[in-house]
Every structure is written in structure tokens, then in C-alpha cells.
Write a protein that binds this ligand. Structure first.
Ligand code: SF4
Length: 535
């Protein structure tokens, strides 16, 4: 034991009764005890022992510093942004969101989680400042004409061959990220879309994006717009609505739907080339492969470390799992995509911690894990803090989420022809596309993933408005029985928490765990509680 640990051990012992994990074990409280009813507002911060509580405070301060830097970067545009855009206010809930995400985290789990989350916070705050500073609605800025706005499901990496231009995923700020933080923001945009005549049974992600467009709540910049058919037909529809409302010249990057078939490659490859030609024409710049290779190398490093992480995930000794794994991978793959070396730095530090934990045969979450689950779930799992909740309540570790399995092939960094093939395969495996749409084998891959990662359970999110996936419901159920997994459908309405509440989602797991498996919760205070008013 290190000297410092010896020194604080008596203090930890004296204060352990304030630790909600200890309270749950001893029947004196639990993780929900410190909240005001119905809200996500805590009466006090979580006591995690001296060392971890101090670490948690430091991480909190580091995130606040990023917020201050963001305001300092563009004070007036930020102020105008709060005035102009409803979604800006939702970002104020970020701190509560992070606190809830990492409840019950201790030791290396907590450190990795904060490293990953801080990477996202530092990146997002810079992006918000950059977007608002150059937003034509707010008066514009020096880079307004140098930005390439593109659909969030298009990987920005291939656009890095345009030196001096900035790819920007248009939906990320008002929808893709903020829907994870605040469950109350996207229903407003869904209502805007529906009051304009959009049917009420479409996917709420696509409806929300349409509502953002109609509400004129997208920041405006760039000379063109790159839309896409990714990941599905509902996305195609919302792309059309956005394109009409925004009114800029648009290039739809339509990638082959059945992308696993090798005949699809030349078609999708040509689409990327056409998109490059479109940007060249409108911005008057030439594509530079050497510039692209610089960023492809960073992406390759991201993926190399990711693949090494997967080897550790297959064992019981990985301190990286649950939300800190899935949210980080979602952002670092889909939005960062090799563009920010800070993420490479974080990856290198995190893999060191994971290697060490493995050598020491460290059992995360106090060794209380009872089930290892593969999660097949999108946004609704974040505003519900779902992976954290299943861990704390039922001892279910989310080993890997479907979003984490996005394009993990390496990209050639010398030959443009080979690079283009690799890039096409990589781009086709973007968020939601390769596991929900584009052929039965994509969905069926679930069983292989779950088996390879030694999972005994699958949490399968059942988006009641995702038309493609609805069709597979009974087939998945039938197969699950044959394959012998514990299989739980978790119903949700993605970004509209009014249709299926957070507690409704939790009940899907509660019922299975108590009725089918007859298990007792680790923390009875979080089995059933009302947090409908929380962010
Ligand atoms: S949830 Fe389904 S319908 Fe909605 S965007 Fe994703 S794939 Fe499309």
C-alpha cells in the first residue's frame, strides 16, 4: 500500500457511511438518496472516498475551465447564441449529466471516464465557440465561408484533404449531442416538425432534425451543404427538409445501402469522389492527399488502440466499460474522426491504465458484476444514464455498444487509390448504418459480437419508430432463444422521452431481472424512482 493510501485509510473508514455504495450494501440509503424527488438535482456531491472525491472535483474544475475558455473565445457570439438558440440553454445541464453518468465509479473506472469525458468537453466547447463565431445568423466571422457543413453521419475525415477548410457536422450541436444531455430539448423540435405537418410516427431523431431546420435553429455557414442517405430512409427524408429550408447548393452523398456486397464499393467510392469534386468547384480549392494522410494516420492510431482495448474488454478485468466507453467511442469516431490529436493523447493514456489493470487482474465496480451485456442501443441510453444505471442497480456491465463497432479498418496513408477504397469501407460503417440498416447480416452480426466479447446478455434497444428495426423484432426474439442469451428488449422512442419514459425503459430490465432471473438489486433506491423532470 502506498504511504498516501495508508495515511488516508482511517479517514476513509470514518467517512464510509456517506458513500452511497456502502449505504446500499448496508441498507441505509443508496445512489438515489441524495436527489430531490423527480429531478436530476443532487443535494450534495457523491462521496467516493478521499482520493476519488478529490479526483472527481479536479475533473469537474477542468471542465468548468473549458466552459470559461469557450466564453472567452467568443463572448458576444456565445451571448447571442443563448438568445437565438433554445438548444444552447441545454448545454448548461452538462455538469449534471456528467455527474449522473459516472455515479458509483471509483478508481481506474473513474479516472478513465473523466479523461474520456474531458476530451469530449474540450472538443465540444471549442466547436460551439467556433460555430457561433462564424454563424451567419449572428453576423458571421472570419471562417464563415471556409466551413463545409455536412451531415453528422458522414465521416469528416475524408474532407480533411481540403487544407484551410473546416468540415463541420451540422446536426451535432442542436441535436446529435445535446439530445444525450437533455431529454426535454428534442421533443420541442419534434413538435415543431409535427405542427408543420410531419406525421407523428417517424423516427424522433429525424423528426427533431427537421424541427431544428424549420425552427431556423441550425447555425448557418459554408458555401454548400453535404447531405446524405445515411443511415436510413428516414434520414433521407430529413436531409431533404433541411436542404430545402437551408437553401444552399447541396450534394447528397448517397452511399450504397447494401454496402457489404463487394459490387457496392465502386459505386460508393465514386460518390465520395463526386463529393470532393463538388467541394473543389464551389470553394475553388484542390484536394490534397498528403494533407488527408496526416489525419488518416491519427485515425489509424485511434482504431489501433481501440482494437487493443477490445482484447481487454473480452476479459473481466477492463476498467473501461459502460457509458465512458460507448459515449467516448461514439464522439471520437463519428465526430472527431482523426481530426484532433488530443483524442490520440487520451487514448494512449487510457490504454496504459487498462494494460496495468489487466496485469493486476483488477476487477472493476468492486467485483460486483453479475452479467456481461452487449448493448444494441442509440441516444436514448445516454439521457437515461442507462449503462451506469444497469451496472449500479443490477450489476450488468455493458461491455460494448453497437456504436463502438463503427468502421475499424485501417486506411492506407500512401496511395490515394488504395486509400479511397479503405475510406469508402470506413465511411459506410458509420453510426447506425452498419448495424441497423443495409442487410440482414449487419443485424445478425449481433450474435457474433456478443459471443466474441464473452457476454451472457444482450440489451436490445427497441426504438418504437425505427421502421427498419421494427421488422426484425420477432426474428431477434426467436434467435435469442436458440442462441441461449439473456435477451432484453428495451423499448424507447429515441429522442422523445414523452412516449416511453426513463422509468418505462428501466422497467424493461427490472421486470426481466426480478421476474425471469429472480435476482435482487444491488441498490434498491434506484429500482423505481421518478426522474421525469430531470435534464
Ligand atoms: S433510429 Fe432507425 S429510423 Fe432513426 S435514424 Fe436511426 S436507423 Fe434511421
Amino acid at each position: 500500500m502506498k504511504a498516501i493510501d495508508k495515511l488516508i485509510a482511517p479517514l476513509d473508514k470514518a467517512l464510509e457511511r456517506f458513500d452511497p455504495l456502502w449505504q446500499a450494501e448496508h441498507g441505509t440509503g443508496g445512489l438515489r438518496s441524495r436527489y430531490y424527488d423527480k429531478t436530476g438535482v443532487a443535494k450534495w456531491r457523491e462521496w467516493r472516498g478521499v482520493k476519488d472525491t478529490l479526483y472527481d472535483y479536479t475533473a469537474w474544475i477542468k471542465n468548468i475551465i473549458c466552459m470559461v475558455q469557450m466564453v472567452a473565445m467568443a463572448p458576444l457570439p456565445i451571448l447571442k447564441g443563448f438568445w437565438e438558440y433554445r438548444w444552447m440553454g441545454s448545454y448548461l445541464g452538462t455538469f449534471m449529466f456528467i455527474d449522473r453518468l459516472f455515479e458509483g465509479y471509483r478508481g481506474p473506472e473513474l479516472r478513465i471516464a473523466h479523461m474520456n469525458m474531458h476530451a469530449i468537453v474540450q472538443s465540444l466547447t471549442k466547436r460551439i465557440a467556433f460555430a457561433l463565431k462564424n454563424d451567419a445568423r449572428l453576423g458571421g466571422g472570419p471562417d464563415t465561408e471556409n466551413i463545409i457543413p455536412h451531415d453528422e453521419t458522414i465521416t469528416p475525415l475524408f474532407l480533411k484533404g481540403f487544407k484551410g477548410l473546416y468540415p463541420f457536422p451540422l446536426q451535432t450541436l442542436p441535436e446529435f449531442i445535446i439530445c444525450d444531455v437533455d431529454q426535454h430539448i428534442e421533443p420541442y423540435y419534434v413538435d415543431v416538425a409535427e405542427s408543420f405537418g410531419l406525421p407523428a410516427d417517424v423516427c424522433s431523431r429525424c423528426a427533431a432534425e427537421t424541427g431544428v431546420a424549420i425552427d431556423d435553429a441550425f447555425p448557418l455557414f459554408g458555401k454548400v451543404m453535404l447531405s446524405t442517405n445515411m443511415p436510413c430512409n428516414a434520414s433521407e427524408a430529413t436531409s431533404m427538409f433541411q436542404r430545402r429550408r437551408i437553401g444552399k447548393p447541396d450534394f447528397p452523398i448517397t452511399l450504397a445501402m447494401q454496402h457489404n456486397e463487394k459490387e457496392a464499393l465502386p459505386y460508393s467510392r465514386q460518390t465520395l469522389l463526386d463529393a470532393i469534386a463538388f467541394v473543389e468547384e464551389h470553394y475553388g480549392v484542390k484536394y490534397d492527399w498528403d494533407e488527408f494522410f496526416k489525419y488518416a494516420k491519427l485515425m489509424n492510431e485511434q482504431n489501433t488502440i481501440e482494437l487493443e482495448k477490445w482484447d481487454f474488454f473480452k476479459t473481466p478485468y477492463s476498467p473501461l466499460s459502460g457509458v465512458s466507453e460507448s459515449l467516448y467511442r461514439l464522439y471520437s469516431w463519428q465526430s472527431v474522426n482523426g481530426q484532433d490529436p488530443y483524442f490520440n493523447k487520451v487514448d494512449r493514456k487510457v490504454i496504459e491504465i487498462i494494460r496495468k489493470a489487466y496485469e493486476q487482474k483488477y476487477l472493476p465496480f468492486g467485483g460486483k458484476t453479475r452479467h456481461r451485456a452487449f448493448l444494441w442501443g442509440p441516444s436514448a441510453v445516454y439521457y437515461t444514464d442507462f449503462p451506469t444505471w444497469v451496472q449500479n442497480c443490477w450489476g450488468i456491465t455493458i461491455v460494448l455498444n453497437m456504436d463502438s463497432t463503427m468502421g475499424f479498418n485501417m486506411i492506407d496513408t500512401e496511395d490515394p487509390e488504395k486509400a479511397l477504397d479503405d475510406l469508402t469501407r470506413f465511411t459506410e460503417k458509420a453510426c447506425m448504418r452498419h448495424h441497423a440498416v443495409g442487410g440482414w447480416d449487419n443485424i445478425n452480426a449481433l450474435w457474433t459480437w456478443a459471443k466474441e466479447f464473452n457476454c451472457d446478455m444482450i440489451l436490445f434497444n427497441d426504438n418504437i419508430a425505427c421502421k427498419g428495426m421494427l421488422g426484425t423484432h420477432a426474428l431477434m426474439e426467436e434467435q435469442a432463444r436458440e442462441m441461449g442469451f439473456h435477451f432484453i428488449f428495451v423499448e424507447h422512442d429515441l429522442e422523445d422521452s414523452r412516449t416511453v419514459s426513463r422509468q418505462d425503459m428501466r422497467n424493461c430490465v427490472n421486470n426481466y431481472m426480478s421476474v425471469v432471473l429472480g435476482e435482487k438489486p444491488l441498490d434498491p433506491t434506484i429500482v423505481e424512482f421518478d426522474d421525469a423532470a430531470a435534464y
